[in-house]
Design a binder for this molecule. Structure first.
Ligand SMILES: Nc1ncnc2c1ncn2[C@@H]1O[C@H](COP(=O)(O)OP(=O)(O)O)[C@@H](O)[C@H]1O
Ligand SMILES: [Mg+2]
Length: 265
């Protein structure tokens, strides 16, 4: 089982869109997927018509109770709650505030162990609920947009991850509880704009090896359609007959295969 969290300090970079399309790509390839909707805006909860007033993620944090709701073959979701953001204050007084999700997972491993992937969609922040999700992750995917902000996001996110790892050490062993690796994926890349070129140029100069340029996702209208119609980009493009759509489909399949390879290591 691999746990992958989509997180970024910035909104609108494509977390929800990529979480949805990765989930759909994985189930199309016979994998079993659990989505945890950790954004109080609940985009994925609504997309899968999975809203629950009880035993949603809010109740998981408060009472350790959660319903894993199957929405289609091989795909289940722990729904979000619009109250999720109110947890911040109540969690602040708990000493284990960043590790409630980790404890829940340990206590309910029988219910989740058969999933090949757990994909988590976060609200754009680095607060307690998001930290809980990062704490249970093998990989954190952080998307970067081709704006000035996009590149700054890498530095900001990286320093927050570092700090979180340092804060979360086991006092006895001095090892961090957090072993998530961060993968930065440039998204919404247009070929002929200076901001896209600048982002790619600066990422190429990045010596940390954290950005893999085989994972660059282009800006394409089909991503907008996918969340609006609850259909993956692969299914939308498959139904189109023209060569351009088929070429785009092939291109996106390669990128998603690379992402899956990367997070399965
Ligand atoms: N590669 C892309 N090409 C075109 N539009 C995209 C792409 N990725 C995301 N979008 C669009 O950008 C908007 C924000 O995406 P969303 O996934 O909601 O971001 P986030 O979850 O990070 O706030 C949505 O309208 C989505 O359809
Ligand atoms: Mg979102």
């Amino acid at each position: 089982m691999k746990v992958i969290t989509f997180a970024a300090v910035k909104g609108g970079v494509g977390k929800t869109t990529m979480c949805f399309n990765l989930a759909e790509w994985l189930i199309a390839n016979n994998k079993k997927v659990l989505i945890i909707d950790s954004d109080h805006q609940g985009s994925l909860t609504h997309l899968y018509r999975a809203a629950e007033s009880k035993d949603n993620l809010y109740d998981l944090f408060n009472y350790g109770r959660a319903k894993i709701k199957q929405v289609k073959k091989n795909l289940s979701i722990i729904p979000s709650s619009p109250n999720l953001d109110k947890l911040e204050a109540s969690l602040a007084v708990k000493s284990n505030q960043n590790f409630l999700m980790m404890m829940w997972l340990q206590d309910h491993i029988d219910q989740v162990k058969d999933y090949d992937y757990i994909l988590i969609d976060c609200h754009p922040d680095f607060m307690t609920v998001t930290k809980n999700m990062i704490a249970i992750s093998h990989y954190v995917i952080s998307l970067l947009e081709p704006s000035e902000f996009g590149f700054m996001n890498l530095a900001t996110f990286e320093s927050r991850m570092d700090l979180f790892k340092k804060e979360a050490i086991d006092v006895r062993t001095r090892e961090s509880y957090i072993d998530a690796k961060t993968i930065y994926i440039p998204n919404k890349i247009k070929h002929n704009t200076s901001s896209s070129r600048e982002l790619l140029q600066s990422l190429k100069k990045d010596k940390s090896g954290m950005v893999d340029l085989s994972l660059v996702i282009p800006q394409r209208e089909v991503f907008n359609q996918s969340t609006l119609t609850s259909k993956s980009v692969f299914d939308i493009l498959k139904d189109k007959r023209d060569i351009k759509s088929q070429q785009l489909r092939e291109q996106l399949i390669k990128i998603f295969e690379n992402i899956v390879k990367k997070v399965s290591e």
